[in-house]
Design a binder for this molecule. Sequence first.
Ligand SMILES: N[C@@H](CCC(=O)N[C@@H](CS)C(=O)NCC(=O)O)C(=O)O
Length: 263
Amino acid sequence: MSDTAGQATLYAIPGSHACMSAVLMLEHKGVDFRRVDLFTGLHPLLVRAKGFAGHRTPIRQVDGRTHRMLAMLDRGGTVPALLMSGERIQTNHDIARFLDRMSAQPALFPANPDARIEVEATEAWGDEIFQMAARRIALAAAAHGLDAFHDRGNHGRLGPLLAPRERVRMMASLGARVSFRAHPSNEGEMLGSLPALLDRIDAWIADGVLGGEQLNVADFMIVPSLALISYRLDLRSGIESRPAGALLERLLPERPAHDRGSC
Ligand SMILES: N[C@@H](CCC(=O)N[C@@H](CS)C(=O)NCC(=O)O)C(=O)O
């Protein structure tokens, strides 16, 4: 059961790496779903209007803590938000577990308990650390103007970033830069931390935790963040030349515009 007979609905915003994680998991499971892109910035309100609860306890941190504005945004609610079989599920963490409960195969988590612990720890890092790092690194570039981005953020592995229209993209990125403390003044620090983050992903690939024959929830959590960072023209080739870049190309190949909806 769902809002339209048999079909799930995924509420998202354009270009969201977090929403692409949910898209990849739904595709992996072969779920029939429609994607509804909400207007970026108003999406916490819009998703509440669709009956989603928001997060009473903060779910996101910047520099190891949840400042007041971020806590307020978390209370409002985040996308991806999934309406499926009459249930409303918010956050990739809960969506992954819900999807595995609904149908065990193809699994998102390894059956072996030790392997599962490792994958869940990698997923948590992708969710709590890397997703925010990617968001802030991308937003910081917007302070230099849209020319800092592949195709000015109009097309790419995640589709148009934030909004299909450039003027709206610039306005939305300005608000988000304040919310997520992504400013030219701390950009150097964020960029300085990136090589270690990418090395960590490459090491997980070498160990077979990521990029295995059977893809898992951690792959789906981490790869969209790589995609978002690689919109930055100054970082693109540095990512694509790594093992992480090969995994990115495997899961989210560059496609002609509009091929994957307007994530
Ligand atoms: N880590 C969570 C959070 C996702 C998240 O931060 N979503 C962003 C869009 S990329 C959002 O809805 N932000 C609302 C806001 O900041 O007001 C997940 O993966 O589900």
